[in-house]
Design a protein around this ligand. Sequence first.
Ligand code: NAD
Length: 498
Amino acid sequence: MTSHAGELPRLDMYIGGEWVKPASDEYFETVDPFTARPWAMVARGGAADADRAIQAAHKAFKEGPWGKMHPSERGKLIYRLGQLIEEHADALAEIEVRDNGRLLAEMQHQIRYIPKWFYYYAGLADKIEGVVHPCDKPALSFSRPEPLGVCVGIVPWNAPLLLLSLKAAPALAAGNTIVMKPAEHTSATALKLMELVEAAGFPPGVINVVTGFGKEAGEPLVTHPLTRHLGFTGSTATGAYLYSLAAKDVKRASLELGGKSPNIVFSDADIDNAVRGVVGGIFGAVGQTCIAGSRLLVQRGIHDQFVDKLAAFSKSARIGNPRDITTQIGPIANRMQYDKVLGYIDIARQEGAELVLGGKRPDIAECAEGFFIEPTIFTGVNNEMRIAREEVFGPVLSTIIFDEMEEAVEIANDSEFGLAAGVWTANMRQALRMSEMLEAGSVWVNTYRDISYTTPFGGYKKSGIGRENGVEGIREYLQTKAVWLSTAEEIDNPFVIG
Ligand code: NAD
C-alpha cells in the first residue's frame, strides 16, 4: 500500500488485486486538519486508472470465481471482512482522524459499528429469493433477482469508511463487483480497507479503489460503458450532475445528498433531553453530517429559556486536539470547508440574524493552527434567509420561532431538501401527526442522528434517490429477471389471433 519518497509516505491504489501507481505517476498531499500540514501523498488517479479498475471489476464479475460462487460462499468472505475491520478498528480510526479531523473517540465508536453492515449483508447474501407469479398463461413464470455488474461507489470526506461500507456491503452481497472512489481529502482508510480485503481472500477485481479528484478520477468511473450502477454520497450539485451522466447511458443510480434538516422542539418536550439532542444534531461531527439538524424550530413559549440552556451547554464543550479522548469538538475537515463555514457566518450576520454563541476561531492555544470554529448559534432567523435555506455543513445552528404545529410543519417542509427531521414532544399524538406530515426520509422523535444497518436511510426531494441499509438497501443492487417456462403442449399458430 505504502512506499516512501522523501519524507511523506505514498499511498498507491488497489486495482485488480494489486497495488498500483497512477498512470500519471503524480501524487497529491493529504492534510491533517488538526495541524493543517500534509501527512501523506495520495495517488492522483485519472481516466486510464479508472478504466483499468472498471475492466478489472468487469472481468471479476464475468470471468472470475466471484460470479460462480454460491451466495453463501460470498457471504462468508463478506463476513470475514467485517471481522477484520473489527480487529483493526482502532488502527482504522487513527487513520480516519488524521485525514478528516473527526474525534478519535467518535471514530473508534463509528468504526467498531461498521462491521455490523458486513455481518448483516453477509447473512442476507443467501436469502435473496425470487417469486413464483400466479400466471394467467399456460406457463410457469417466476422472477429471479440478479446482480447488476460493476458498481461504482463515490463518497465525501466526512465519514469515508462508513459511507463506503454502506455501499460495498450490499453491492457485494447482491453478487456485484465494485470500484470505490473516496474523497480527495480522505483516501487513506479506503486503502487500509483494501489490505483487509486482501487478507480476507477476495478474488482479484471484486473490490477496487481508485483515488484522486472528482472530475479526473470519479467522472470516468461514472461514464465508463461497463459501469452499471452509481452509488453516490455527496453534495446535491455533484449528485445531480452525475445523475445526468448516468442517465445518458441509462445506468442505475442511488444518491445520498445534502440536507437542511429541522429539529423541532415543542413546549411540552423534556427540555434537557431536547437540548442534548439539538446539540448532538448540529455540533456532533462539527456539523459536518448530511443529517445535521441545522434549523432549530422552537415553540415561542420556551424559546428564551431553551436558547439559554442550549448556549450554556454548547459553551461547555471542550474544543481541541481530536486525538485527545476528552475532546468534544474537533476541527473542520479541510481548509475549503473552513472558509465556506466562516463565509456563511458572515452571511447570517449581514442578513440580520443575531449571534448568541461562537462565530469564530476559539481562543485556545492548541487550536491556533487547525481549522477550528466554535459552536455557533444564531437566533432571530427566518426561513427565507440563506442561513436557513442552504447547507452550511459546519457547526452553525439557525433558530426559528413557531407558534402552532401546522406552522412548524410548514416551515420545516419549506426546503428543497428532505433528508431528516427531529421532533421533541411528550405528546404521542403530536409526534405521530408530525411524522406523517414532515417531508423527510428519516423522522426522529425524542432522539436524533440514529442510523442503523437495519433501517432504510435516504432522502426526500433534493436529498436523494434510493435507500441504503436494511433489506431495501440490497434491492438497489439487484435487477429482476422474469423467466417464463411454457406448460402448453402445443404452441398457438401465431397467424390465428384470439
Ligand atoms: P462533493 O459532492 O463535492 O464530493 C463528494 C464526492 O464526489 C467526492 O469523492 C468527490 O471527489 C466526488 N466528485 C466531485 N465531483 C465529481 C465529478 N464531477 N465526478 C465524479 N465524482 C465527483 O461533496 P463534499 O463537499 O465532499 O461532501 C459534502 C456533501 O456530502 C454535503 O452536501 C453533505 O450533505 C453530503 N453528504 C450526504 C450524505 C447522505 O447520506 N445523504 C452523507 C454525508 C455527506
